[in-house]
Design a protein around this ligand. Structure first.
Ligand code: NDP
Ligand code: KPL
Length: 308
């Protein structure tokens, strides 16, 4: 069986540092983190602290030529993906497996459009409650990475990733229906990330204030309606299935979008409400809640840059 010996990771924020720390524990320097000189300097100066432990990753600049890695993991924000795809070019050969941990439903296609015929496994991370403040990331649960081939086959690559995740102690599920899993996660992010950003609400608000969680569910239901048109067919049961998951997340944990708002970073609203609104127009499905969230979150972004 194919064995993954070398991994390249691009993006060392909340998600990258959380899963990267587990991979580093197992692979040591066979895990390489791709980053510009300026980033490397910053990371080396401050260290990357994950759950209190200082990690010294093996960094490599995008310009450095090397043998392609067995696996490349993308863990940047959507707006940075096109640059990251460029920066990872020396790490991607014909047999390199690619896994994209980004939220939203477009990153795999964006990668595929640069690397045609590349083996890409579709994936989502579920229930990770990683919070990053500058160079420090903390999480109480890694949740799990759910992944699979676009055609849901249990391919050699899917099994090779499974073997790596077993070795590194990264929880995972091979999805029976990856398109459904991706749309389910998209529905969750559209609901919880955006309402949490507007309410400035950590998970405990959704765990204890029923009206807040109801609003998040109404937002999710616009994705459920859209999914009927795209052949994915999410249901009310899919909406309900997130409740036990959020119940177990750290009460003080925050969605990645709330973390962006608090840090004054641009959010991924284009890839959540923006995508919902676009698909709503395409399929003639009303998306009024997402339209309002799109406007409000943009105003919040503008207010942040106004204050900087
Ligand atoms: N946070 C969470 O709990 C979860 C997040 N997600 C999704 O995962 C993705 C990543 O989110 P998250 O980890 O929170 O984001 P962060 O903003 O915490 O991290 C992104 C990291 O990518 C780095 N980066 C950007 N461009 C490059 C590049 N060209 N080369 C090297 N590094 C680069 C940034 O570096 P720098 O800081 O130096 O700019 C930053 O450290 C998003 O799509 C998010 O929606 C999914 C599940 C859970
Ligand atoms: C599901 C959730 C809210 C936590 O993993 C997430 O994906 C995010 O914060 O972006």
């Amino acid at each position: 069986m194919k064995k993954i010996e070398t991994v390249s990771l691009i993006g060392l924020g909340a998600v990258g540092a959380a899963y990267g720390s587990k991979l580093h524990d197992t692979l040591k320097d066979s895990l390489q983190v791709v980053a510009s000189k300026e980033r490397i300097q910053r990371y080396e100066n401050t260290g990357i602290i994950v759950n209190g432990q200082n990690y010294h990753f093996h960094y490599i600049t995008p310009e450095t030529k090397r043998e392609p890695a067995d696996l490349v993991l993308f863990a940047v924000k959507n707006a940075d993906l096109s640059q990251a795809i460029q920066d990872a070019r020396h790490h991607i050969g014909p047999d390199t497996i690619i896994l994209s941990l980004l939220n939203g439903i477009s990153s795999e296609e964006e990668i595929q459009s640069s690397y045609e015929n590349q083996p890409i496994l579709y994936s989502v991370c579920v229930k990770l409650d990683a919070v990053r403040q500058q160079n420090e990331t903390n999480f109480s649960t890694l949740g799990w990475i759910e992944y699979g081939e676009k055609d849901n086959s249990k391919s050699e690559n899917a099994l090779a990733v499974q073997e790596l995740f077993e070795r590194a102690g990264i929880p995972y599920k091979i999805s029976e229906d990856i398109l459904h899993s991706m749309w389910w996660k998209f529905m969750v992010n559209v609901g919880i990330n955006q309402t949490s950003a507007v309410l400035k609400a950590p998970y405990k608000v959704f765990q204890s204030v029923p009206s807040a969680y109801e609003w998040a569910k109404s937002t999710m239901r616009e994705v459920v309606a859209l999914s009927q048109k795209t052949g994915v067919h999410l249901t009310e049961e899919d909406v309900a299935s997130f409740r036990p998951i959020i119940e177990k997340m750290s009460p003080d944990g925050k969605t990645s979008m709330l973390q962006d708002i608090e840090a004054g970073r641009k959010t991924e609203v284009e890839y959540l409400a923006g995508t919902v609104i676009e698909l709503g127009k395409k399929y003639d499905v009303p998306t009024p809640i997402n339209e309002q969230l799109f406007k409000i979150i943009h105003i919040m972004e503008d207010m942040t840059s106004y204050h900087q």
